[in-house]
Design a binder for this molecule. Sequence first.
Ligand code: ATP
Ligand code: MG
Length: 172
Amino acid sequence: MIEELLGFARLDAGKLQPNITNADLAQILDRAREEIFPLAQQKNITLAQIEGPETLMIQADAEQIRRIAINILDNAIKYTPKNGLVSVSLKQTKENAIIQVTDTGIGISENDQAHIFDKFYRTNQADVQNERGTGLGLAIVKGITEAHGGTVVVNSQVGRGTLFQVTLPRNR
Ligand code: ATP
Ligand code: MG
């Protein structure tokens, strides 16, 4: 938590410049999936095998990209009721790498979708679900993604589920 806040403060001040190296996005996602796996198990949520290429090299800050994946996966598990399904897919175009995380969770209303990337914003539904959080995760996701020249979008239906899509340029 402290780490997150410090990292976030730096990102906010524009000082957390990505440390760009060649990184295997498929491997980063695999490791993030393994890290989150125990949380899924606790709720009997199926965390599907990642769909996509076995390797996908991009120029990025591997640690920051890991944080993107962890935050989105953590949300997917937190805001999906027991016995749900969370899936991750990875795609590449000539210029971009595209990460999609879908869940069968509580969903996010259109009104809330406009605010979830704001610092400290949490929906009422999140409280109703009795899930803890600070409302920083998605602000961090957006900050890191944009620092990499990428974009993040959400697509969701209340009561059905949510898709987060992160698009990152492969070369910088
Ligand atoms: P933190 O990530 O800082 O622990 P948090 O999860 O509440 O706290 P964010 O990750 O920024 O904060 O998410 C903001 C809000 O967006 C959440 O409180 C929740 O209301 C909503 N949200 C995020 N992801 C999902 C999802 N997959 N399904 C439903 N609601 C979501
Ligand atoms: Mg979160």
